[in-house]
Design a protein around this ligand. Structure first.
Ligand code: GAP
Length: 522
């Protein structure tokens, strides 16, 4: 049997996750996933544009979230609120008064830093140095913190700083931040000096104006989170969709934050997208629902096939004034374990504040209890771009094949892949392109397809591997004789001869989003 063997002899040898953020950034640019914004004008810091394959992947992540939250839960409905909101919204939510970062400037270089980030980076560096020392001494890194501190001076220093920093953060004691920066001799990376200003608070909201005449214009803010659009619409949604507590409102939309430290690609952006759900419950039942949503969201993440080791819960020791429980789902990014999603029990804070500032009642009549109350809220909030980075970090692999050749492969879950199937005529003549296009027209109903006739078949397979296309269909001369094609599988590089009439069914079954949804809600 003839196989179009672009890579048939190159069986797999070693597979390694790409661990450097820089490699992910380069891959995203080269293969049309993500470009720096306004690049021809030298970029706009921490703002990014999604390219042809990036936008497809992003849309599939949204679809996975939306279907699992809204389509699969009859007590959750959707909303698409405006980015502009009445300015009082931000007074009521507390963002005007306290949505800020502690900043510190180096007087010599004039470079501005987040004081909390300087301290956290110092802790990480000291721990890293300490761990190297421990490894040299043959001490297990799984030993207790106490043992590690005893054996390494740097590790002990890291723990001391961590304790002092946590205490200062809990007390919002920014004077202490500066003292710690000085005590631990943190220097500016540009000037190398330790000549620091005091720490000041800097509000992260972007302001703008609505109205034609400057003096009459209303000061507005670009929303820093999508959640408030849900809170102010609580009664509109509850009444129009006839929702009974417990119920949720889900939304996907843009949010804007004037982030100061924004050097981590799409991990921390100034314009980003959030996928948030607010779940309204009876007062007193919120901690039970908090537990349920924590488990539900972790299952959603694990359904993507991630290893248990790359995801973990992180309990907030210091709770925001409106919360009575909060945990993050952290993912092991190339920059370390970091927040991917927040799950918060927000009590009745937001609805009560909006009630107070608007003078409108935001209550629910619970017929079973024959009682009016302000519902309590559990929030699940995940950054879409951060989820994109997680998928890239997890799926981008470099394989060394037996031949010694390396293969870059993005082994995305097929339901998320930007291109589901590529149709490739082996040569550009003898009627093969026409036959390939016939097949392509049928496959368009299965998902996004790709057609390419240029270059050797092996090279075309490699390009499809790099953008994560799970299947390639190769049309050759035998196809014209017996209506069969080669189905080549991205992950194993295995090839199988199948009848054209089978292609849409086989590919369709594999790329179906329901495969993921079934696992996520099982
Ligand atoms: N409504 C709650 C809220 O906004 P948050 O922890 O500030 O909570 C929720 O943000 C999620 O939004 C985070 O877990 C993260 O995934 C994402 N996120 C926050 N700031 C971001 C930024 N500057 N760039 C990209 N994603 C961000």
């Amino acid at each position: 049997m003839l196989l179009c063997n672009g890579d048939i002899f190159l069986s797999l040898f070693i597979m390694a996750e790409i661990e450097s953020l820089q490699k992910i950034v380069s891959h995203c640019k080269e293969y049309g996933f993500i470009f720096p914004s306004s690049e021809i004008y030298d970029n706009l810091g921490a703002v990014y544009d999604y390219g042809p394959f990036g936008v497809e992947l992003k849309n599939h992540i949204k679809e996975y979230w939306w279907k699992s939250m809204v389509q699969m839960h009859e007590n959750i409905v959707g909303l698409d609120a405006a980015i502009f909101m009445h300015p009082t919204t931000w007074k009521a939510s507390g963002h005007l008064d306290s949505f800020s970062d502690p900043l510190i400037d180096n007087k010599d270089s004039k470079k501005r830093y987040r004081a909390d980030v300087l301290l956290e980076e110092k802790i990480d560096k000291l721990k890293e140095k300490g761990e190297k020392e421990l490894t040299k001494k043959g001490i297990e890194l799984s030993s207790s913190e106490e043992e590690k501190a005893k054996a390494s001076r740097d590790y002990a220093k890291a723990l001391q700083l961590e304790t002092a920093y946590t205490k200062a953060a809990e007390a919002s004691d920014f004077k202490r931040y500066k003292e710690l920066i000085e005590e631990y001799e943190i220097a500016c990376e540009v000037s190398g000096s330790r000549n620091w200003t005091d720490v000041r608070q800097f509000n992260l909201m972007f302001g703008t104006k609505m109205g034609a005449v400057d003096e009459m214009a209303t000061e507005l803010y670009l929303r820093p989170e999508t959640a408030q659009g849900i809170f102010v619409n609580f009664l509109n949604v509850q009444k129009s969709a006839r929702m009974k507590i417990p119920f949720g409102i889900a939304q996907i939309g843009k949010a804007f934050r004037n982030e100061i430290v924004a050097r981590q690609f799409i991990f921390r952006m100034r314009e980003f997208e959030q996928m948030e759900m607010q779940f309204f419950v009876r007062p007193g039942s919120e901690l039970e629902w908090f537990k349920t949503w924590k488990e539900t969201r972790m299952k959603w993440h694990l359904a993507l096939g991630s290893s248990q080791d790359s995801l973990r819960f992180h309990v907030h020791e210091k709770l925001a004034h409106y919360a009575n429980a909060a945990e993050d789902i952290q993912f092991k990014f190339p920059i370390g374990f970091k927040e991917l999603e927040g799950i918060h029990s927000r009590t009745d804070f937001d609805l009560t504040e909006h009630q107070k500032f608007s003078g409108k009642k935001l209550q629910y009549f619970d017929a079973e209890l024959n009682q009016n109350y302000v519902p309590y809220v559990i929030e699940t909030s995940i950054g879409l771009d951060r989820m994109f980075l997680r998928i890239m970090s997890e799926c981008l692999k470099e394989e060394t094949l037996e031949s010694g050749e390396t293969r870059i492969v993005l082994n995305l879950p097929p339901a998320l892949a930007p291109i589901k199937v590529a149709v490739l005529p082996l040569v550009k003549k003898d009627g093969l392109p026409e036959k390939a296009r016939e097949i392509l027209n049928v496959l368009k109903f299965v998902g996004r397809t790709f057609y390419e006739e240029k270059d050797a078949i092996g090279k075309r397979y490699r390009r499809m591997d790099a953008i994560g296309t799970p299947y390639c269909i190769t049309v050759d001369h035998q196809t014209l004789e017996d209506n069969t094609v080669t189905l080549r599988v991205r992950d194993t590089m295995e090839q199988e001869r199948i009848n054209i009439s089978e292609v849409a069914r086989i590919v369709g079954e594999k790329v179906d989003m329901n495969n993921l949804l079934r696992k996520a809600i099982a």
